[in-house]
Design a protein around this ligand. Structure first.
Ligand code: GLN
Length: 510
């Protein structure tokens, strides 16, 4: 693939020492990173596809006649748990990047992370509520550790930002992510929803185990830089972090000790503080970077421009990540699970986004290349504005489908397929572009942490849905869905209107 969706991604590396062996012109290490991330995403998206249906299964909010044996939780808490879980996966990408940078180096961090994820899915494979929540936390920690480090290692494979193969490498990597995302609901979703939930989670563990084996087999093909710890933690810093961690642990233990002891504990006592944290962290991280006196004037200006993109991305992911929550419930309860006489489990709908990515990614890569040749490739702000408009459009269509189903009729699967197509067009204008932009606009001092900052936009978006849900808002209501569509479209229109001003803030980045 000649062009890419991720122009200039991870541009901070120095030239890497290269192995002569290549695979279709790309460093051989790419194949191993591609397959590792494919299996990691297979486990992540497979479990994500099951999450909400498993939480409500066997309870009053489950679809009549559906498989029991879930946690029988109310729909509202289930949706909030889902959003908080997904938010944490992306929040933890930031400390994950820090571990790669300062403690273990990216290669060792990924190997440890994959083992942690596998352990998490195995814990989920055990029946019962305590093991479920423990497993969820372990998977979130592992995924956070893995996500930013594996992306950084892709960058290490190429000779700096000017390597002509680099963009194509990131495009292939994004396709790998989505091949995992495509297969996961079909395999894990079907087994979990139709045979046994816990067997589904166990298959997720097997997928991650395969990914880990492939990664370990491929480590000698990675760049030596992937094993280095760029800025090792000093003993004094380690003690300071340990002390801080213990203090916060003690504060949480005392707080929850009092709440549980006084008998008022409900799931919201866990969800609301975490969701608030998920909004507080992105705001404070961006504020800290923006106010850092050590940044040059041009770096500070770029950070101001980046904040526009960050807010837009948060709104985008808020809508996009509802694939596993509101849209999953719509698929389960209000959509026909039958095409031409063929019945399928509702989790299959969650493959549709990834299927569209696999189909459309090469089209977009060719489109940018073609427009670029004629000097007409849109700037980042315009791409982001388009992404927001498509996200808004997808939820406008969702609102129509929801209204059609309001009298109890089940709508055609074509509605969800169309909604996912619109979202994927938006995703391809925003997600790979955002990764690239993040590394290009990163101030030198924060270069290695910026990948984690980008993922915080997803955290902020998901925590917004979690808080709305815990506040009693009906996210499956037509009015709310339409409201979200309007917010996304308005954000897109604002970015479009201010595109020239944003371009000035971006300086030499386009
Ligand atoms: N779908 C992509 C992935 O799973 C991007 C998700 C995100 O950045 N929020 O990696």
């Amino acid at each position: 693939m000649a062009s890419s969706l991720t122009k200039g991604a991870a541009s901070q590396e120095t030239p890497a020492s290269r192995s002569d062996k290549t695979l279709f012109g790309h460093p051989r290490g790419l194949a191993f990173l591609f397959l590792t991330e494919m299996w990691e995403r297979f486990s992540y998206y497979g479990m994500r596809a099951l999450l909400v249906v498993y939480l409500i299964a066997g309870g009053p909010d489950a679809k009549p006649g559906s498989q029991g044996g879930g946690l029988a939780m109310p729909e509202a808490s289930s949706l909030a748990i889902y959003s908080v879980y997904v938010a944490m996966v992306y929040l933890l990408a930031m400390p994950g990047g820090w571990f790669g940078d300062r403690v273990w180096g990216p290669r060792k961090t990924v190997a440890i992370a994959a083992s942690v994820i596998m352990a998490g899915h195995l814990i989920l494979a055990l029946p019962g509520k305590p093991s479920f929540f423990a497993g969820l936390a372990v998977v979130a920690i592992g995924s956070g550790l893995l996500k930013s480090n594996i992306s950084t290692m892709v960058g290490h494979l190429y000779d700096g930002p000017e390597d002509p193969r680099r963009d194509g490498g990131f495009t292939l990597f994004y396709i790998g992510i989505n091949m995992g995302g495509l297969a996961a609901p079909l395999v894990i979703g079907t087994v979990g929803q139709k045979v046994n939930w816990h067997l589904g989670f166990a298959i997720a563990a097997m997928g991650m185990a395969l990914g880990l084996v492939i990664f370990l087999l491929g480590t000698r093909n990675l760049d030596p830089k992937s094993s280095q710890v760029p800025t090792p933690l000093t003993a004094a810093e380690r003690n300071m972090w340990l002390k801080k961690g213990l203090v916060w642990l003690a504060v949480a233990a005392v707080f929850y000790g009092i709440v549980i002891g006084s008998g008022v504990f409900t799931v919201n006592w866990a969800l609301v503080p975490i969701a608030l944290l998920g909004l507080f962290v992105p705001v404070s991280v961006l504020t800290r970077i923006k106010r850092d006196k050590e940044l040059t004037h041009s770096e500070q200006t770029k950070v101001s421009g980046y904040i526009f993109f960050f807010i837009a991305a948060a709104v985008f992911w808020m809508i996009f990540d509802q694939a596993g929550s509101t849209m999953s419930l719509f698929a389960e309860k209000k959509t026909t699970d039958n095409i031409a006489g063929f019945n399928f489990p509702s989790t299959w709908f969650q493959s549709v986004n990834s299927a569209w990515v696999v189909v459309l990614a090469p089209v977009f890569a060719a489109l940018w290349l073609n427009l670029g040749r004629r000097n007409r490739e849109p700037g980042t702000a315009v791409k982001f504005a388009n992404a927001m408009l498509f996200a808004g459009l997808s939820f406008a269509v969702f609102a129509i489908a929801m209204a059609m189903a309001s009298d109890g009729t089940k709508v055609s699967p074509m509605w969800l397929i169309m909604i996912y197509m619109l979202q994927t067009v938006g995703e391809l204008c925003l997600s790979p572009v955002g990764l690239s932009l993040t590394t290009k606009m990163a101030p030198q001092k924060y270069a290695s942490q910026m990948m984690g900052v980008w993922f915080l936009a997803t955290t902020a978006g998901d925590c917004t849905t979690a808080l709305l849900k815990t506040a009693g808002v009906n996210l499956n209501g037509t009015g709310v869905i339409l409201g979200e569509a309007v917010v996304a479209a308005a954000a897109g229109a604002a970015i479009w209107a201010y595109r020239k001003r944003i371009a000035t803030l971006m300086g030499d980045v386009h």
